[in-house]
Design a protein around this ligand. Structure first.
Ligand code: ADE
Ligand code: ZN
Length: 337
């Protein structure tokens, strides 16, 4: 058990969340409410039925349910409600800054216009800033099971909103869809000035992390677990101080690890990597960011200093300007003074 002193410390620490798919924060309660509002049938009737289905043996089993669940999101108001609900939960966990992914192609391919999705999310982000005091950056994610050409189409379709995105990401089914499949697309995104993120090494081999880092030149690696199988790569990641956004409860739910005690977070901290703890798809994986910190601390017997380091890394690894990072780090110091 995390002792109550550590639970308290985790709650008190200002944190940033750097790996969160907004569609993965879709709680079954809200899903049922929006299904009723939009007159859509769901494959489950009760919360218990929904939660019983959240039992995955790999990434693809989760993705199938994740894409199915988001089908009830139709209107700008739906995307607003979804995003605001997440920000309220983040507030309860003392999150001060969020860099959230969303998957426009998963909505446009079922006929929901890009602007409906994006404007709904952006309106909630503004409200979160004004009323909850949480800053949020939006990261437009490409689905890697689709083609690079599809990615270019999204880049064109989204042009009017480019100044609203801090960067781009790459998610969905990893194995068989290596980073280099998207080399030209990422080259173009770099020219536009986007920060570059990619999921790599969640299920895919260490070579995918190498490609993302050394061939594509990403600014941040999402997950990155399997880099640990390649000691030379670990040294490179340490020397470059490229942030890794680890998601412990996600890793456990998707059988990336079979026990939270096997989470790489502690080893990565001890080896000087810029690792962060995040929730990924909290509605599906049993907890928001606070619970991810708590469960990881408990399983790995993290020290208070390591918890503080994780909170510090969450800001250092963010895309915030230097001055804002400094201010957040100072607020961490104050919170533990
Ligand atoms: N999309 C949402 N969550 C994801 C994850 N953990 N890996 C890849 N794609 C995702
Ligand atoms: Zn993810």
């Amino acid at each position: 058990m995390t002792n109550s002193h550590q639970t308290d410390l985790i709650a008190r620490l200002p944190k940033a969340e750097l790996h969160l798919h907004i569609e993965g924060s879709f709680e079954p309660e809200l899903m049922m409410a929006l299904a009723a509002r939009n007159k859509i049938d769901l494959p489950f009737k009760t919360l218990e039925d929904a939660k019983a289905a959240y039992n995955f043996s790999n990434l693809q089993e989760f993705l199938d349910l994740y894409y199915q669940g988001m089908q009830v999101l139709r209107t700008e108001e739906d995307f607003f409600d979804l995003t605001l609900a997440y920000l309220q939960r983040a507030k309860a966990d003392n999150v001060r800054h969020v860099e959230m992914f969303y998957d426009p192609q998963a909505h446009t391919e079922r006929g929901v216009p890009f602007g409906v999705v994006t404007d709904g999310i952006l309106a909630a982000i503004r409200k979160g800033e004004q009323e909850l005091g949480i800053s949020s950056y939006l990261i437009m994610s490409f689905l890697r099971h689709l083609s690079e050409e599809d990615g270019f189409d999204l880049l064109v379709e989204s042009e009017r909103w480019h100044d609203k995105f801090v960067g781009v990401g790459l998610d969905s089914s990893e194995v068989g869809h290596p980073p280099l499949k998207f080399e030209r697309l990422y080259q173009r995104c770099a020219e536009i000035g986007f920060k570059l993120c990619m999921h790599a090494g969640e299920e895919g081999p260490p070579s995918y992390v190498r490609e993302a880092l050394l061939d594509i030149g990403v600014d941040r690696i999402d997950h990155g677990n399997r880099c640990m199988e390649d000691p030379e790569l670990v040294s490179i990641i340490r020397d470059m101080q490229v942030p890794l956004t680890n998601c412990p409860l996600s890793n456990l739910s998707l059988c990336v690890i079979d026990d939270l005690k096997k989470s790489p977070v502690k080893a990565q901290l001890e080896q000087g990597l810029l690792v962060t703890v995040n929730s990924d798809d909290p509605a599906y994986f049993g907890g928001y960011i606070g619970r991810n910190y708590e469960k990881t601390a408990e399983a790995l017997d993290l020290s208070n200093d390591q918890l503080i380091q994780l909170a510090r890394n969450s800001f250092t690894g963010s895309f915030l300007p230097e001055a804002a990072i400094k201010a957040h780090l100072a607020s961490i110091d104050e919170s533990i003074a």
